[in-house]
Design a protein around this ligand. Structure first.
Ligand code: GDP
Ligand code: MG
Length: 176
């Protein structure tokens, strides 16, 4: 779809611990084949994708990846500038990544001031059921307590990847 003719641009960020699968999720959604292991380069990495919302308008999504900085918890304020939606991502096989979700949520809230940001909690690597250690129920409880929805995704099996971004984008549009 021609991104130049879009009516809106939504800037969406993916946040969560290192290695939960943020870059893989983004590349899966943006349709970029993985050229080997995703590289933790400096700065912010942008991807874009245009989509047609069910309600009518065309939207250009600007998707922001932390490019490895989450490892050092030194994400610059410019990363959060004009962000309207955030996917808070944890790995369902990594308990610590789930326990850090509240910290990521607070970090976004502290950088945004009064701006409204729409969040979606994402339990990623749902293909790894035999080693999972975070249940759907407790993830749903956390999402409810933080006032957001919860979804499970897998970039490996392409499970719910489009749906997660569509759900977030719909919620952003409804809040406009
Ligand atoms: P990031 O640090 O959050 O950007 O995570 P990456 O996208 O670099 O992924 C970290 C590791 O998890 C890589 O080895 C990926 O191949 C793997 N990975 C990413 N998504 C999935 C998934 O859905 N399922 C499984 N099994 N592995 C995944
Ligand atoms: Mg990454």
């Amino acid at each position: 779809m021609d991104a130049g003719r879009c009516r809106y641009q939504f800037r969406i960020a993916l946040l969560g611990d290192a290695a939960v699968g943020k870059t893989s999720l983004l590349r899966c959604y943006a349709g970029i084949a993985e050229p080997g292991a995703p590289e933790p380069t400096a700065g912010v990495e942008f991807y874009s994708r245009a989509l047609q919302l069910p309600a009518g308008p065309r939207v250009k999504l600007q998707l922001c990846d932390t490019a490895g900085h989450e490892r050092f918890r030194c994400i610059t304020r410019s990363f959060y500038r004009n962000v309207v939606g955030v996917l808070l991502v944890f790995d369902v096989t990594n308990r610590e990544s789930f326990e850090h979700i509240q910290d990521w949520h607070e970090e976004v809230m502290s950088t945004q001031g009064p701006n409204k940001v729409i969040f979606l909690l994402v339990g990623h690597k749902s293909d790894l059921q035999s080693t999972r250690c975070v249940s759907t129920q407790e993830a749903e409880e956390l999402a409810t307590s933080l006032g957001m929805a919860f979804m499970e995704t897998s970039a490996k099996t392409n499970w719910n990847v489009d749906l997660a971004f569509d759900t977030l984008t719909d919620a952003i549009q409804q809040a406009l």
